[in-house]
Design a protein around this ligand. Structure first.
Ligand code: SF4
Length: 274
């Protein structure tokens, strides 16, 4: 189970079904792909010596990061008509704006992260495997852990905040299991809004959260057996690609294909940029 798919089920069981069971294709938006590229730049930036991590250097990394992402994900190539498409220039400029937002929030020359784009996995006693990618982990000389997530999406901060905190608690729980220390801080960095949100989890809360994840997984398995994934309309429907198949919008879902084997809990780069 990944935080993205668990969050989908919590938001709307039918959305979970469309993504994880039917695996309906979703057309990546320019904002999502821009987020993927900005994440790649920030990862590259921390690969450089601390003194070189300036806004100018970060902006120079944008072009190569876009080329790399486009090669790795051929489905992104159709976002622009050609390399001369004037909208590509505007899009790269808007990505520079997100990097400016990042530099207003922190100075990457002043610290060395412990890990970037870290794949974390842990199995709960019930056998549920939790898996996800953490944008960045910082460890203070005192051993305190900070989990950092960059938010680059077009959705306003308040719309996605509950989902983002859910995702961060998921990472905090997995890191606690892996490293034996409850992370001191969960930090969400909203690059478009130039705002950061810090949150301090505690052991009791993460223990309750573990039970919540177990309950979500049980509910997913129950729905998976019967095919009864219900729509749960909310303002987040504005960001759903599958309204045409959703009964809440007069659509009809495709016939239930049955529970997939193996389960589809792997996150894609696009999952991580909302
Ligand atoms: S449109 Fe809304 S209710 Fe329907 S599947 Fe998407 S998120 Fe769920």
């Amino acid at each position: 189970m990944s935080p993205s798919r668990a969050g989908d089920f919590k938001q709307c069981p039918l959305l979970y079904r469309f993504r994880a069971v039917d695996r309906l294709p979703e057309v990546p938006t320019r904002a999502q792909v821009r987020g993927t590229v900005v994440h790649a730049v920030l990862e590259d930036l921390f690969g450089l010596p601390a003194g070189e991590r300036t806004p100018e250097v970060a902006k120079n990394l944008l072009g190569p990061a876009w080329e790399r992402v486009r090669e790795e994900r051929p489905e992104f190539a159709g976002l622009f008509d050609s390399a001369d498409d004037p909208e590509l220039g505007e899009w790269l400029l808007s990505a520079e704006g997100l990097l400016d937002g990042y530099f207003e929030l922190e100075d990457p020359r002043r610290f060395e992260p412990d890990a970037r784009e870290l794949l974390v996995e842990s199995e709960l006693p019930s056998g549920v495997l939790l898996r996800g990618y953490v944008d960045r982990v910082d460890v203070a000389p005192t051993g305190e852990i900070r989990v950092v997530d960059y938010k680059t999406g077009a959705a306003p901060r308040l719309v996605g905040e509950a989902k983002a905190l859910f995702q961060m608690k998921f990472y905090a729980l997995v890191l606690w299991k892996l490293r034996g220390v409850v992370p001191r801080q969960l930090r969400l960095m909203y690059l478009a809004d130039k705002q950061a949100l810090a949150y301090t989890p505690d052991e009791a809360e993460l223990t309750r959260f573990e039970r919540t994840l177990e309950a979500i997984w049980e509910a997913i398995l129950r729905a998976g057996r019967t095919g009864d994934f219900r729509p749960n309309p909310s303002r987040l429907c504005d960001y759903c690609d599958h309204k045409a198949f959703c009964p809440a919008f007069d659509g009809t879902p495709p016939p239930y294909p049955g529970w997939p084997e193996p389960d589809a809990s792997v996150e894609t780069p696009l999952d991580r940029v909302d």
